[in-house]
Design a protein around this ligand. Structure first.
Ligand code: NDP
Length: 480
């Protein structure tokens, strides 16, 4: 036994993670893949790396020092279960099995229960940053027991991305906490991308600027408070010219957005938890709408405003309004995402440090941004902050942005340009701010048709109006 860490599954993610591990002082990396060819190729292509190739689970186990520590990077779902079974057959009590795939957090909870009942440590770990992150430094979101973190922590700190001198990894919480946080990360990523896409669309159709000109605008924005990886790559994509047609690449790409399902998981989970992540939901639905080509094909003749409805008198002023609307909507999207993490932690009993989560997203992952420092500051000042966007920094930013935000949403509605994420985040913001909500009327309706009862503003208790009798009010048992 000579390897201190092992990787099972040597497709693009696993082989890059194995190379990253091997490049760090002190690591010797056991590598194993179901089909031998990937192992042979990895070892042959990287003679510089300290790999110990294994060609069976027995060899793999024998090559690892105790406690054996192995990261699984295989296709999520059944393959992960199959590999866990195989590892449990050759590992010993106290060894550590880590799933770095994109597992649903409820699967991780189930797996941790089964694996720990058998005497092993199980860690579900979110890995963000794609192939490049895996190789050069990902953002890592491990869950699992404290005992595993003692062995695993130093190894992960060695390979994670570094942001402002700190490694982008923290022990998020027990069992499914890491995969839960990774899921919400991806949901926030959907919202952020949709907001950027709406900003591009409004500027393009409102000012007639070319994609290359808009690329310059995004590059400029990337020097300010919006500075982030997604803004940076947006400029790159918009500047790209298609070699075949000479057109902007963005005009050649089919306008149907794909999805691998983590955005939908975030929304489904939020519905179960009762957390309004409207920005993430709108972003997920906007992708769905875009990909329903057959419905879009029969809808082009639906009436809309006349083209003259959208004339922007001062292009520069409008672009600045869009920038502010984007920033405000982004604050809402992140606030909603952190609200989901808070609610998930309460539901599943995880002790998640929200400030630490925002810090590990500052490097390695797709949503890395300056902005995350502001979130960390907010939670440093008040770890129990009930609504992130009520932190003083965000209140100031929203105050600065709100007139522009309202104007952009007004223009989008008047001109018939869809801005679902901009407008729903504004509606969420105004809903939170409202002194009274029409939920009172909804309670009245519910009481009318279902005797669901209501509470009164002026006295304690639960009440029901006898709607189908003389409409007097009676005290009722609380039935919701
Ligand atoms: P894939 O998801 O394409 O999975 C391929 C790997 O899974 C191969 O090594 C394959 O082995 C192995 N495998 C499949 N079925 C089995 C099985 N029944 N038993 C053993 N091994 C099996 O690989 P990726 O590298 O793209 O991703 C790995 C994991 O990382 C996935 O869970 C993915 O969701 C996650 N992830 C991916 C990111 C990305 O950007 N791609 C980012 C973050 C996480 P064989 O060669 O024998 O077929």
């Amino acid at each position: 036994a000579e390897a201190n860490i092992g990787v099972v599954g040597l497709a693009v993610m696993g082989s890059n993670l194995a190379r990253n591990l091997a490049s760090r002082e002190g690591n010797t990396v056991a590598v194993f893949n179901r089909s031998r060819s990937k192992t042979d190729e990895l070892v042959a292509a990287h003679p510089e790396a300290e790999f110990v190739p294994a060609f069976s689970y027995e060899e793999f186990a024998a090559s690892l020092t105790v406690p054996r520590t192995a990261i699984i990077m295989v296709k999520a779902g059944k393959p992960t279960d199959a590999v866990i079974e195989s590892l449990m057959a050759v590992f010993e009590s106290g060894d550590i099995i880590i799933d770095g795939g994109n597992a649903l957090f409820t699967d991780t909870i189930r797996r941790e229960n089964a694996v720990s009942d058998a005497g092993f440590n199980f860690v579900g770990m979110g890995v963000s940053g794609g192939e490049e992150g895996a190789l050069l430094g990902p953002s890592l979101m491990p869950g699992g027991p404290d005992a595993a973190w003692v062995t695993l922590g130093p190894i992960l700190k060695g390979i994670a991305a570094v942001a402002e001198g700190e490694p982008c990894v923290t022990h998020v919480g027990h069992d499914g906490a890491g995969h839960f946080v990774k899921m919400v990360h991806n949901g926030i990523e959907y919202a952020d991308m949709q907001l950027i896409a709406e900003a591009y669309d409004l500027i393009r159709r409102g000012t007639g600027k070319s994609p290359a000109e808009i690329a310059d605008i995004f590059a400029e924005w990337n020097r300010g408070e919006l500075e982030s990886y997604l803004i940076e790559i947006t400029a790159e994509v918009l500047r790209q010219v298609d070699a075949t047609t000479g057109k902007p690449l963005v005009d050649v790409i089919v306008d149907e957005a794909g999805a691998k399902g983590t955005g939908a998981w975030t929304v489904q989970t939020a519905l179960d938890l009762g957390v309004p992540v409207s920005g993430i939901a709108e972003a997920t639905f906007a992708r769905s709408l875009s990909s329903h080509r057959e419905q879009r094909d029969v809808s082009g003749s639906l009436p809309g405003p006349s083209p003259e409805a959208f004339t922007v008198a001062d292009a520069d002023a409008f672009i600045e309004q869009v920038r502010l609307a984007l920033y405000a909507s982004k604050i809402v999207a992140y606030s909603q995402g952190f609200d989901e993490i808070r609610a998930g932690a309460a539901q599943y009993g995880w002790n998640i440090d929200l400030g630490a989560v925002s810090k590990i997203w500052r490097g390695g992952c797709i949503i890395r941004a300056q902005f995350l420092n502001r979130i960390a500051d907010a939670y440093d000042a008040d770890a129990e902050l009930p609504v992130l966007l009520t932190a003083p920094y965000f209140v100031e930013a929203l105050g600065r942005a709100q007139d522009a935000w309202r104007e952009v949403v007004r223009i989008s509605a008047a001109s018939g340009i869809p801005a679902p994420a901009f407008s729903s985040s504004l509606a969420y913001y105004d809903g939170l701010r409202a002194d009274r909500l029409p939920a009172a009327l909804i309670q009245g309706q519910r009481d009318f048709f279902g005797a669901h009862t209501y509470r009164r503003t002026d006295k304690p208790g639960t009440f029901h109006t006898l709607w189908s009798a003389d409409r007097t009010e009676i005290e009722a048992e609380d039935t919701h």
